[in-house]
Design a binder for this molecule. Structure first.
Ligand SMILES: *[C@@H]1O[C@H](CO)[C@@H](O)[C@H](O)[C@H]1NC(C)=O
Ligand SMILES: *[C@@H]1O[C@H](CO)[C@@H](O)[C@H](O)[C@H]1NC(C)=O
Ligand SMILES: *[C@@H]1O[C@H](CO)[C@@H](O)[C@H](O)[C@H]1NC(C)=O
Length: 244
């Protein structure tokens, strides 16, 4: 069943990112986490849309019970995307500017992105779109891969992470959408969000998330070392949390 948890239940997702060392730089390892947005009342107070209604009648707390139904309905997660180093130090948040979501800003910066996504987070769940819920930019409002390149081992090509139109899971890049949106997956066990880009020919390249800290550029890559071969790569993780 779809459960809403008022209060403080925090669900943590993680986006696995690989940080690109600046040219000549030693790449810091970074992770990204997200803040909780709280209850619907709190969401409304800050101008966010309420979360989808429970499927059960209001007042029904299905804490006990629930004869495990086979297909689990998706859960909605909302929050910020926060960057942390591997040692836990907060580096910043995925940004929200008139130009989109293409980069990371310091924790003190007010221009951080708030997002929402729904998934069962079960193995084999289809990839989902991440929706920007406080966009400072014009439509479209999905966070995805903004480009149409083919990624793959040995290729230095990358696709920017930015706002794109909606595309269905496993769809190749759409020129109309500006790329692909339903590319994200979430594991509650590892708390990691990963990306799976679909190439124009329909193939599924192993997809990494990279961040060029010099350019403050977030992107998808099929081969980080090909992109960054002259520099030492590091690992960045993006984590989004949300009680919903
Ligand atoms: C944690 O990592 C960051 C980025 O690599 C670094 O700047 C900071 O000094 C580290 N903090 C500690 C306590 O190791
Ligand atoms: C990026 O997405 C926008 C729509 O958000 C689109 O107009 C633009 O063409 C896309 N860029 C690329 C390289 O596909
Ligand atoms: C990162 O971006 C900067 C500025 O655009 C560029 O000069 C540099 O080559 C990029 N790093 C890598 C590893 O491509």
């Amino acid at each position: 069943m779809f459960k809403l948890f008022p209060g403080l239940l925090v669900l943590v997702a993680a986006l696995s990112l690989s940080v690109h060392a600046a040219p000549r730089g030693s790449g810091p390892s970074v992770k990204i986490f997200a803040d909780s947005l709280g209850t619907n009342a709190q969401r409304l107070a800050v101008g966010l849309p309420p979360l989808p209604p429970k499927r059960r009648a209001t007042g029904t707390r299905s804490v006990s019970a629930s004869p495990s139904p086979s297909p689990r309905p998706p859960t909605t997660f909302t929050g910020h995307l926060e960057a942390r180093s591997n040692n836990g130090t907060t580096v910043g948040f995925v940004k929200n500017t008139a130009g989109g979501v293409d980069g990371i800003v310091p924790p003190s910066d007010p221009g951080t992105l708030e997002v929402s996504f729904s998934t069962t987070a079960t193995p084999g769940a289809p990839p989902f779109s991440i929706l920007a819920t406080n966009p400072a930019f014009p439509p479209p409002f999905n966070v995805g891969g903004n480009g149409t390149a083919a990624l793959g081992s040995g290729s230095p090509d990358v696709v920017a992470i930015n706002h794109v139109g909606f595309t269905s899971p496993f769809s190749p890049p759409s020129i109309d959408a500006g790329g692909e949106s339903s590319i994200w997956s979430y594991s509650t066990s590892t708390k990691e969000i990963t990306a799976q880009w679909i190439n124009p020919d329909g193939s599924h390249p192993t997809t990494f998330i990279g961040w060029n800290s010099t350019a403050n550029f977030l992107f998808l890559s099929g081969d980080l070392s090909a992109y960054n071969h002259a520099h030492s790569p590091a690992i960045l993780q993006l984590v989004s949390t949300l009680p919903s």
